[in-house]
Write a protein that binds this ligand. Structure first.
Ligand SMILES: [Zn+2]
Length: 133
């Protein structure tokens, strides 16, 4: 996610990490197109989003993480971000690339317009991912 955010800087980058429905385990990183190609706003490409959401549904996956970057401001959801947040079960991750040396990465739940920050644990991998039983 951070590498994607850095690569698309100074435009905002966006994407998701899909995981098995109901698992809350982010396993499949999908960098997406910012249809706005803007330094201050992002919007998923509607065609890409439709295909991806259908593919996830077919694979019993959910968007566990929905992320985007802020290129000049802190890693906190804007009013627009909050108004567009439509997945109450997702972790909304914000990455700020305003500092070229150090990134800021924070995660939130956004439910009914209410933003709640949550702690982030970065793990190298999920060893049980290959064998869910
Ligand atoms: Zn934003």
């Amino acid at each position: 996610m951070v590498a994607h955010a850095r690569a698309d800087h100074p435009d905002e980058a966006c994407g998701i990490i899909a995981g098995p429905e109901g698992s809350d385990r982010p396993l499949r990183h999908v960098p997406m197109i910012n249809a706005e190609r803007s330094p201050t706003f992002y919007r998923f490409d509607s065609g890409e989003q439709l295909r991806l959401w259908r593919a996830m549904e077919a694979a019993d996956e959910a968007p566990v993480v929905i992320y985007h970057s802020h290129t000049a401001t802190e890693a906190y959801p804007s009013r627009t971000d909050v108004s567009f947040a439509s997945e109450p079960d997702a972790h909304y991750v914000l990455i700020s690339t305003r500092d070229p040396e150090a990134h800021e990465l924070r995660s939130y739940r956004i439910v009914d317009g209410v933003v709640t920050e949550e702690p982030v644990d970065v793990v190298p991998s999920y060893p049980y991912a290959q064998n869910p039983n």
